[in-house]
Design a binder for this molecule. Structure first.
Ligand SMILES: Cc1cc2nc3c(=O)[nH]c(=O)nc-3n(C[C@H](O)[C@H](O)[C@H](O)COP(=O)(O)OP(=O)(O)OC[C@H]3O[C@@H](n4cnc5c(N)ncnc54)[C@H](O)[C@@H]3O)c2cc1C
Length: 350
């Protein structure tokens, strides 16, 4: 089988890159195995253009958001399904100063902060009314549907191989790569936090963060579409189901949910929600964060047939469309990768 690109990993990074390369008329084969750890499989898919701690825009939000809409919108056409839900994020205030700061930042030109302060939102009939405002232009990608429809699409185009990638079966020459029966011009690794086992890129200083989420069933939460955020997020899924998360931990880096994770989420949830609910699912994953909290992309310094797309950390949904475009332009047209996200920042340090 001949291809232009082999992509290893069908999380959000590999999936978005595969669709992006197809836009450039490239023949792609995606290799992935569902039994392996995948952060994308548990992510809520939320994009949020605000850093709550400082009420500033999240990194490159103005450049990245248009690309997010254009890219997932065009995937929606291609796969005949809408994968995006635009939602506001309701941010309740506990102190008067918070509302004052929010209004100040909004007046200074942060268009993602609604300038209005609302009163009287209660999460359920038993919970206290609170003042709040909204983050605008937020939402979520229906991550699991997007990954699943994409996988079906790759399978139907004979562009998908279910395989646990074995490095001993890879060979590279100055002109290309071969893996088992597949020959290609390039291979791009999109393995999420499992990159730590990759012999080409295992040296990248990762700081993976385990995260846990719950899906709860609850009648009486007063959220139809918007996401509620107070120490944790509550996102309505329909049919009285809500996704609730997430935790952060830097040890036990595996996909097994823990009692500690569940207790932490329940403690936070019970502070804001006093009506009964039932836990339906409890899931965990490992976010592939790099120590400098920036994506990592580009070719290997000593083997230009081997490339990487990783480091999407906590924001895979927002970052993947924009940076898959940067990587594609680099691999196909030789355009430079911005230094801040270039893999070379780590080769230079070796
Ligand atoms: C609890 C939680 C909630 C989150 N919520 C959000 C959110 O709301 N919004 C958001 O933007 N981000 C969120 N994230 C972060 C998001 O999940 C990541 O940014 C994103 O999923 C990273 O995608 P990835 O493709 O790089 O890695 P992954 O999703 O981990 O995908 C890597 C893929 O590579 C495959 N793979 C690895 N090694 C091999 C091999 N040797 N052979 C074959 N296949 C291999 C794996 O099977 C996997 O499919 C959340 C993360 C967690 C844990």
């Amino acid at each position: 089988m001949n291809a232009d690109f082999i992509i290893v990993g069908q999380g959000i990074a590999g999936t978005v890159l595969a669709h992006r390369l197809e836009e450039y008329k490239q023949r792609v084969v995606v290799i992935s195995h569902p039994s392996l750890s995948a952060s994308s499989a548990v992510a809520a898919g939320i994009w949020n253009p605000i850093v709550f701690k400082r009420l500033t825009k999240s990194w490159m939000a103005d450049e990245i958001l248009p690309e997010l809409h254009a890219f997932y919108g065009s995937c929606g056409h291609k796969l005949h399904q809408n994968f995006l839900s635009e939602r506001a994020i309701i941010k309740p205030f506990t102190e008067v100063q918070e509302a004052t700061l929010w209004q100040k930042k909004s007046a200074e030109g942060n268009q993602y902060l609604d300038g209005k302060i609302y009163s009287d939102f209660d999460l359920s009939e038993k919970d206290h009314a609170t003042r709040y405002s909204k983050v605008l232009e937020a939402g979520n990608l229906h991550m699991q549907e997007f990954l699943e429809r994409s996988r079906e699409y790759f399978i139907s185009g004979e562009s998908y191989l279910e395989d646990n990638f074995e490095f001993e079966s890879l060979s590279t020459t100055p002109d290309g790569v071969s893996y088992k029966h597949i020959r290609a011009r390039y291979i791009v690794f999109c393995e999420g936090h499992l990159v730590r086992k990759n012999p080409f890129f295992g040296f990248i200083p990762m700081k993976p963060a385990k995260g846990e989420v719950l899906t709860i069933h609850c009648k009486g939460i007063r959220l139809e579409k918007d996401i509620f955020n107070k120490n944790l997020f509550i996102m309505p899924l329909g049919n009285d189901l809500y996704k609730v998360g997430a935790t952060y931990a830097w040890d036990k880096l595996n996909d097994f949910p823990t009692d500690e994770g569940k207790e932490e989420l329940l403690a936070k949830l019970q502070q804001i929600l006093t009506i009964p609910f039932e836990i339906i699912h409890h899931q965990a994953g490992v976010r592939p964060s790099v120590i400098d909290r920036r994506p990592v992309l580009g070719k290997h310094a000593s083997n230009e047939r081997v490339a990487i797309f990783n480091g999407l950390g906590t924001k895979g949904v927002m970052l993947a469309p924009y940076f898959s475009g940067i990587l594609t332009e680099h691999l196909i047209h030789g355009q430079p990768v911005p230094a801040e996200v270039d893999i070379n920042r780590f080769f230079d340090a070796v």
